[in-house]
Design a protein around this ligand. Sequence first.
Ligand code: KG4
Ligand code: ZN
Length: 351
Amino acid sequence: MNILAIDTSCDETSAAVTNGRRILSNEMYSQILIHRKWGGVVPNLAQRAHEERIDMVCEQALKKAGMTINKIDAVAVTYGPGLAIALGVGIKKAQELAMHYKKKLIPVNHMEGHVYSCFAQNSKGKPEFDIIFPYIALLVSGGHTELLLFTHHAEYKILGETQDDAAGEAIDKATRILLKENVYPGGPVLEKLAKKGKPDFVAFPRPMARSKGLDFSYSGIKTAFLYYVQEHPDIIENNLFNLAASFQEAIIDSLTMKLERAIDQYEIKRICVAGGVVANERLRKKTRSIVKEKGGRCYFPQFKKLYGDNAAMIGIAAYFKAEKGQYIRNIEELDRKARAKIDKNPFRCCG
Ligand code: KG4
Ligand code: ZN
């Protein structure tokens, strides 16, 4: 089943062609250069950039897959969560394609796409491994931080989520505070600095370490970091690397701490870790070693292009939803859901 998938949830205009778990093409146009000077995503600039590129990106995805739209069986699109006016561009394009070419349409939750990025294969079907339920999924992105129980295809239970900011958001803000400039996104910059620093230079608080549950919180640590930087101008100057490493370590510890707790509580040892922050080598290393210690197995996206936002992950999630008949019943009913939750399907489906 060939799926043409679209994701315009934030600052990447992406379209892909997938077949089951296989990625036949995964095109994306990053808007980072447009937003960088503002230190974050500017919604109306994002919308305009998506509008300017969506047709071209879809055409490229088909071309790279060596296909015309006639060979496509269904169209998939991210309906949320994300930036409402950005989501709207992808949804409109998907609706137009589905109606004009008489294709079925599969709405996909963006975070669900991140989960499925761990099961993606290249066009030759590599790496080859089966999906064996259940999994615990740790999703860490710029807008979300959540722990999920992933029990069957397209079925999730939220075990814990952030009570305020997302981990990626805190990383982005801390990088701006540290460097005193509008860097965006902060994650890759902070990681580069952190590689040269000592993670135990400052013991920033590990958010929610004492709370028994599986929720996260990142607004407190962001403020603690801001105060530290304001109160120690003399130390900052010579310790950029050490501060970056210490802050990064506090965030990663808080994530792995909760993951470990979830593994013990649910006695599930198959762990998926995904979302933009999974690009961080230290996060992958730490989760890998914790899961190994527990005798479990870690699943990360296998290709770098799948760490951040991309449409291929949406196409793969869509395939498993299609198998369950989760096509939207009325294409016109599809609408953006900026605050969509992964455990609730907001649309009437055929299946
Ligand atoms: O999933 P994603 O690409 O977009 C959203 O859906 O939010 O995640 C973006 C987040 C940003 O906060 C970015 O700074 C972070 O992922 N990120 C990283 C790294 N690369 C991207 N965080 C830490 N280390 C990285 N290498
Ligand atoms: Zn994302």
